[in-house]
Design a protein around this ligand. Structure first.
Ligand SMILES: Cc1cc2nc3c(=O)[nH]c(=O)nc-3n(C[C@H](O)[C@H](O)[C@H](O)COP(=O)(O)O)c2cc1C
Length: 212
C-alpha cells in the first residue's frame, strides 16, 4: 500500500445535520442543498454519478448531468442505445450519487427509471447548442469506434444533412429517476458524520438517522 495515500485525509467541520433541521420532504431538502451548492460556485454543479446494473447484475457507474428535478423525479438525457440505457431497459433500478466536497456533503438517491415523454426530450434537445445536437446524431454512444476519424466523418455528414433546425434523434432522450429513498450525508469531525435517510412510505417520507 502507498504510505502517502495513508496520510491523505481531511477533517470535516463545516455544518451539522439533524432529523429536526431537515425538510420533511427530501426533494425540498435536495433543492435547499442544491441552491447552497450553486452558491459555492462549483465547476460542474449538476454532475452526478449514475449507477445501473445489467442483466447479469454487474454494476456500472458513470457521470451524467442533472437537467431537472421536482416531485416527479430526477431527469438526465442520453442516447437510448447506450450501455446505461440498455441496463435501465433490462433493470430500471438506479442509484444517483452527488458528491459536493466544497460543502463536505454527499447525497445518495435510489429509484426506478422511466423514459421522459417525447415532448420533454424534444424540448430539451431543441435547447442544446447546434454542435451538441450534431454530436448526438453522430455518436453511436457506447459502441466500439475503430478510429476517431470515423466519428469526425460522421459529424461532417450530419452537418451537411441538416441545414435548418435539427430534430431530436429517435434514439436519444431523457430518463426520469423516480426516487424511493434518499441519504443526506454531512461530514463531521473525527468521522462521526451525520447521515439522514428518507424512505418512501404510502403517505410521505419516513426520516431516520444512520450511524456514520
Ligand atoms: C461531467 C460529465 C458530464 C456528462 N454528462 C453526460 C450526460 O448528461 N449524458 C450522457 O449520456 N453522458 C454524459 N457524460 C458521459 C458519461 O459519463 C458516459 O461516458 C457516457 O454516457 C457513456 O456511458 P455508458 O456507456 O455507460 O452508457 C458525462 C461525462 C462527464 C464527465
Amino acid at each position: 500500500m502507498d504510505k502517502n495515500l495513508f496520510d491523505l485525509r481531511r477533517e470535516y467541520s463545516m455544518e451539522e445535520l439533524s432529523e429536526s433541521s431537515v425538510a420533511a420532504d427530501p426533494i425540498v431538502q435536495f433543492g435547499n442543498w442544491f441552491e447552497e451548492y450553486l452558491n459555492s460556485e462549483p465547476r460542474e454543479p449538476n454532475a452526478f454519478v449514475l449507477s445501473t446494473v445489467d442483466q447479469n447484475s454487474n454494476p456500472t457507474s458513470r457521470v451524467v448531468l442533472l437537467k431537472g428535478f421536482d416531485q416527479n423525479g430526477f431527469v438526465f438525457f442520453t442516447n437510448y442505445e447506450s450501455k446505461k440505457a440498455r441496463d435501465l431497459d433490462a433493470n430500471p433500478n438506479a442509484s444517483l450519487n452527488f458528491f459536493w466536497p466544497e460543502l463536505e456533503r454527499q447525497i445518495r438517491i435510489s429509484g426506478v427509471a422511466d423514459k421522459t415523454s417525447l415532448e420533454e426530450s424534444e424540448a430539451y434537445f431543441a435547447s442544446r447548442p447546434r454542435e451538441s445536437q450534431i454530436g448526438a446524431w453522430a455518436s453511436k454512444q457506447s459502441d466500439v469506434l475503430s478510429e476517431r476519424k470515423t466519428l469526425e466523418d460522421r459529424v461532417n455528414d450530419i452537418r451537411e444533412r441538416f441545414d435548418g433546425e435539427i430534430p431530436c434523434p429517435p434514439f436519444w432522450g431523457g430518463f426520469r429517476i423516480v426516487p424511493s429513498s434518499f441519504e443526506f450525508w454531512q461530514g463531521r469531525p473525527s468521522r462521526l458524520h451525520d447521515r439522514i435517510r428518507y424512505e418512501k412510505e404510502a403517505a410521505g417520507w419516513r426520516i431516520l438517522r444512520l450511524y456514520p
